[in-house]
Design a protein around this ligand. Structure first.
Ligand SMILES: NC(=O)c1ccc[n+]([C@@H]2O[C@H](COP(=O)([O-])OP(=O)(O)OC[C@H]3O[C@@H](n4cnc5c(N)ncnc54)[C@H](O)[C@@H]3O)[C@@H](O)[C@H]2O)c1
Length: 299
């Protein structure tokens, strides 16, 4: 970090940091005005590039995790490691890995079998990745008065503890290499609102905890240039929601009618926001919750 001070008319501008991409926006325009030999080039898409970055995505065998991992590869990440429970990756993961190879942008997807509730194992896997890559940038309907203790603990163990342990695994490597990074915790709109008609006290509580985890980690890790944000999807059609909706098909229309856009979201509709949060296009964003819910939370 450095401080530069320059005078522009009567305004004293103090810059505490500089974009790794050089001058951007108005600064680039002023530079070009002062030096006619400069040939301006669009840089906005360069800001979203994840060139040479290393990613770790938990739950990356399918659904939103895999969709996000693939988006990061398309944005140029050197490699994205997908952690998930099965020993062997799914067919859609293999198709995605092969797709990345065919993109020809030197990016790759890797699969590792790991349980996010096993903190020590997760830290170890992440450390091995750190050693290898050496660079990091960078995730039942029951009455609340009757909710069984064991079921409640299990939901929090995966959704809350597992998220913390994964973020720790990545954050420790970011801290080790001292170059900062971006951690994105996948929460849910259910961390801020309660889904009408559903008795999901464990899920909702687990996601509310993730929101506060992101804010809290952001405040602790800002000085290490590690940004931590949460991403809160609304109803997105994935294997997880399909399993629920297939048993209660009438809910498809009910859920669709609960947001102003009148439909469920697609996993690919999270590609832009996750790439933005992972990249230098969001360098001043930390401790925030980004809600992508088709407006569900606005009603
Ligand atoms: N789909 C939605 O509508 C929606 C909405 C809001 C938030 N979310 C959140 O997004 C995330 C992904 O949801 P999805 O719809 O893609 O679900 P999904 O069930 O399709 O994928 C979740 C993945 O996590 C893996 N997983 C589960 N327990 C694990 C463990 N202990 N260790 C490692 N991996 C584990 C599963 O094997 C699976 O591959 C979840 O945190 C979910 O709560 C989803």
């Amino acid at each position: 970090m450095f401080i530069s001070i320059y005078l522009s008319r009567n305004v004293v501008a103090i810059t505490q940091s500089a974009s790794p991409l050089g001058k951007l926006g108005i600064e680039a325009a002023l530079e070009a005005a002062a030096d006619p030999s400069i040939a301006p080039k669009p840089k906005i898409f360069d800001e979203f590039a994840l060139t040479d970055r290393v990613g770790l995505v938990s739950g990356g065998n399918r659904g939103l995790g895999l969709e996000m991992a693939l988006a990061c590869c398309e944005a140029g990440a050197r490699v994205v490691y997908c952690f998930d429970l099965p020993e062997k990756p799914s067919d859609e993961w293999i198709a995605s890995r092969d797709y990345v190879v065919k993109l020809g942008n030197n990016s790759r997807l890797e699969y590792l079998s790991a349980n996010v509730t096993d903190q020590q194992a997760l830290w170890k896997r992440a450390e091995e990745i750190g050693d290898k890559e050496e660079e990091w940038t960078f995730a039942s309907h029951t009455d609340c008065l009757e909710y069984p203790a064991q079921d409640y603990r299990e939901v929090l163990d995966v959704n809350t503890n597992g998220v913390l342990f994964t973020a720790q695994a990545a954050g420790r490597q970011m801290s080790r290499f001292g170059r900062g990074g971006s951690i994105i915790l996948i929460a849910s709109m259910s961390g801020s609102i309660t889904n009408r008609g559903h008795a999901w006290v464990s899920y909702n509580s687990s996601k509310a905890a993730v929101l506060q985890m992101a804010r809290s980690m952001a405040c602790e890790l800002g000085e290490k240039k590690i940004r931590v944000n949460s991403l809160s999807p609304g109803h997105i059609y994935t294997s997880m929601t399909a399993a629920y909706l297939d048993k209660q098909p009438h809910l498809f229309d009910v859920w669709s009618g609960m947001n102003p856009l009148g439909r469920l979201g697609r996993p690919d509709e999270l590609r832009g926001v996750v790439t933005w949060l992972a990249s230098d296009a969001s360098t001043f964003c930390t401790g925030s919750d980004i809600i992508v819910s088709g407006g569900h939370h606005s009603w």
